[in-house]
Ligand binder design. Structure first.
Ligand code: NAP
Length: 294
């Protein structure tokens, strides 16, 4: 028996395996394309020839592949091996995909935890690494020691879907930031301004803005919005200038237009005198649950 089996040896699965090998664990691996296991075998990993024996070899099985369709195809070819195994699925997916997978694994007699690795492969196992987990606390505690080797484990609750929601919320913040930066870069290049020159100022401004998040979060959670210093109507006007300037400079407006539309909608729907903390109200289809002020 191995301590752990890693299913999927893409960039992330390989990093997970390398990290656990460095911790002197007995690591078993499986990948659709077995040649990717060669560097890991050199470092001491064992390669299973088929997925059923890969799962049978360890009580703890970590999966990191492209998507849930791949997870489904892989596990459905080894259903009988799942009984008594703990599947920790670190593949990115949606809440409904997670719930369906958890129910199916449990029906096959296995235990299930969902997870989301919140760093790039090269940072796995390092001090900045953290990984969300959700599912049974007892199952999580049983494997916490090994999971902690991958990065700080953040257990977010028994509801299987929680890790995916936390993961996707963090990714959403990241991609929103990238979208703004990509647009900024195109705008700068339209006037032949080196992006390298301006990037330190962008970083400085974003760092200052990020400091506002805890206050913004509290306003979102409580639904209590103090008088803002930067109101939505003013910001909609500023965004319109970014939109118009982009058109003038020949920069496509696709990235910035939805943000302008949201602020515009705020200013025409009674939220013009609030700030960004009121905007999630416009995105939520169902009425938000407001927590009482702390
Ligand atoms: P990747 O390098 O593209 O590797 C994809 C893996 O999925 C490979 O092992 C590939 O097998 C396997 N795969 C794809 N389709 C398959 C199928 N139909 N059947 C069996 N195996 C299949 O991706 P990655 O970066 O390792 O990402 C894996 C997961 O980690 C994703 O859910 C991703 O969101 C998450 N993640 C990645 C990062 C990152 O920065 N890379 C960060 C955090 C989380 P083959 O080798 O045979 O093609």
């Amino acid at each position: 028996m191995s301590d752990v089996t890693i299913v999927g040896l893409g960039a992330m699965g390989t990093a997970l395996a390398e990290t656990l090998l460095a911790q002197r664990l007995k690591v078993n691996v499986w990948n659709r394309s077995p040649e990717k296991a060669k560097p890991l075998i050199v470092k001491g990993a064992n390669l299973s020839v088929d997925i059923a024996s890969a799962i049978s070899t360890s009580e703890l099985v970590l999966i990191s592949v492209l998507d849930y369709q791949a997870v489904k195809e892989i596990l459905e070819s080894a259903t009988e091996a799942l009984a008594g195994r703990t599947i920790v699925n670190l593949t990115n997916g949606t809440p409904s995909q997670v719930r369906d997978m958890a129910a199916w694994v449990e029906k096959c007699g296995g235990k299930y935890l969902d997870g989301g690795v919140m760093v790039t492969p090269e940072l796995v196992g390092g001090p900045e690494a953290f990984v969300f987990y959700s599912g049974s606390l007892a199952v999580y505690k049983q494997h916490q020691k090994v999971l902690a080797m991958l990065g700080n484990p953040v257990y977010v609750g028994e509801n299987f879907a929680l890790a995916a929601i936390y993961d996707l919320a963090l990714l959403s913040s990241m991609f929103g930031m990238f979208a703004g930066y990509i647009h900024a870069a195109a705008l700068l290049r339209s006037e032949n301004i080196p992006v390298t020159d301006v990037t330190p100022m962008i970083m400085s401004m974003l760092k200052a803005m990020i400091e506002l998040f805890p206050q913004t979060a509290q306003e979102i959670d409580t639904g209590v919005y103090p008088q803002p210093s930067s109101n939505n109507t003013m910001m909609a006007a500023g965004l319109k200038n970014i939109l118009d300037a982009s058109r003038e400079q020949g920069v496509q407006e696709d990235l910035i237009q939805p943000i302008w539309k949201l602020f515009q909608r705020a200013s025409t729907s009674g939220l013009g005198n609030k700030d960004i903390s009121a905007l999630p109200l416009l995105l939520l289809r169902a009425k938000p649950i407001i927590s009482p002020p702390q």
